[in-house]
Ligand binder design. Structure first.
Ligand code: 3PG
Length: 405
């Protein structure tokens, strides 16, 4: 179903390559460090495969204005620790410093450029690819390279210049691997198929769930995080003001659609029975009908919900997790997320299930839990994976099809 030319189809030996990757990571701002980053870990074998080329790495971190909108210096340091080759960094994207560093780069070396989103046009979407091709960054950098590799699977749903603007595109190692797993899930998923949905971006996750129910792919959606709050509020379960505030905009836009979808698929949409609040540093489980009374932020799934979710995961044959069930960065809200990763690992190990963890956040949680090695695959895609699983022809996939060298 994916139509592309891969990095293996051409001879990259001795060539200068620009590789757009996604190493957008969970950053511990207070301690100026990157938390476990499956996206960086996925990049290492890709760079190892390209050891006979001079590779320039282009990537983004977060979005302008956000707290974790940082330079890529920490990322370069992390890559340097893990890769057995010279890794340089330049705090520039396509200015003179970057151009000189690219020209000076030798075969066998890696150069990481600064956060591409420091260039303001990078956050714009270009449906018309030829318009992006005319932009200054593309025009300046393109003549310096022999090949352009699309390996930012996690940002495949963004029609941003660095993803779709290059004159030609080859699928990189991470992309090829991701396509293999996506094809398996889309074309022939073994049933029962379960989605474990958590984290933020509630409306996108709701839409992916709905699409997969309507196409009779999905057997169960285990809902937690903001998606659960969104559905509960839409069907009249009050979750307390702090929770409701987090989904208010989505609720206003999509309430009727959510209600209808829930009505249609309620046997298959599993909502939490209990959630956790922070009670002076202790986990306090409260039942759903008490949420309004406590009027507090809920940060994790409770023990009854965990048991419900586990009993379904363990019997599933295809499991896709997207977004963590809890705010796992905080110790008090960690358990539910780690328990889910453990259940997925168990389903893969003993039940032979295809257990795929999606999204930067859930991937980080999986690595922190210690069970990451036992799940089938940690995808670097969050939103991108959801859109592809929802049948969308996302920009990077389209660009790979249209820009084969
Ligand atoms: C992600 O983390 O989902 C990707 O890196 C894309 O980031 P974005 O949603 O800021 O475009």
């Amino acid at each position: 179903m994916f139509d592309y030319k891969s990095y293996k189809d051409v001879d990259l030996k001795g060539k200068k390559i620009l590789m757009r990757v996604d190493i957008n990571s969970n950053i511990d701002i207070e301690n100026n460090r990157i938390r476990e980053s499956p996206r960086i870990h996925a990049l290492i074998p890709s760079l190892e495969e390209l050891k006979d080329s001079a590779v320039v790495v282009m990537a983004h971190q977060s979005r302008p204005g956000a707290k974790d909108f940082t330079s890529l210096e920490l990322h370069a340091e992390e890559i340097r620790k893990l890769l057995d080759r010279p890794v340089k960094y330049v705090d520039d994207v396509f200015g003179e410093k970057a151009i000189n560093a690219i020209k000076d780069l030798n075969v066998g070396e890696v150069l990481v450029l600064n956060n591409v989103r420091t260039w303001e046009l990078e956050t714009k979407q270009f449906k018309d690819f030829s318009e992006a091709e005319e932009l200054e960054m593309i025009q300046t950098l393109a003549p310096l390279f022999d090949y352009f590799i699309a390996d930012a699977f996690g940002a495949a749903h963004r029609a941003q210049p660095s993803i779709i603007g290059w004159p030609t595109l080859l699928a990189g190692p991470t992309t090829v691997k991701e396509f293999k797993y996506m094809s398996k899930i889309i074309e022939n998923p073994e049933k029962p198929m379960v989605m474990l949905i958590g984290g933020a971006k509630a409306i996108d996750k709701f839409k992916a769930m709905k699409f997969n129910f309507e196409n009779e792919k999905l057997d169960y959606a285990l809902c937690s995080g903001l998606t659960a709050i969104l559905i509960m509020e839409a069907i009249g379960i009050e979750t307390g003001e702090p929770n409701k505030a987090a989904i208010a905009k989505d609720l206003e836009k999509a309430k009727e659609d959510i209600k209808e979808t829930y009505e249609k698929f309620k046997e298959k949409i599993i909502l939490p029975k209990d959630l956790i609040i922070d009670d002076n540093g202790n986990r306090k489980a409260i039942n759903i009908d008490e949420l309004k009374k406590y009027n507090a932020v809920t940060g994790d799934i409770g023990p009854k919900t965990t048991e419900d979710f586990k009993s379904i995961i363990i019997k599933a044959k295809t499991i896709i997790a997207n977004g963590p069930p809890g705010i796992f960065e905080k110790e008090v809200f960690r358990k539910g997320t780690f328990d889910m990763v453990e259940a997925m690992a168990e389903a893969a190990k003993t039940g032979g299930a295809l257990a795929v963890i999606g999204g930067g956040e859930m991937g980080t949680a999986a690595e922190m839990s210690g069970y990451a090695k036992d799940v089938s695959f940690i995808s670097t895609g969050g939103g991108a994976l959801l859109e592809i699983l929802s049948g969308k022809d996302v920009p990077m996939v389209r660009a790979l099809r249209e820009k084969k060298p």
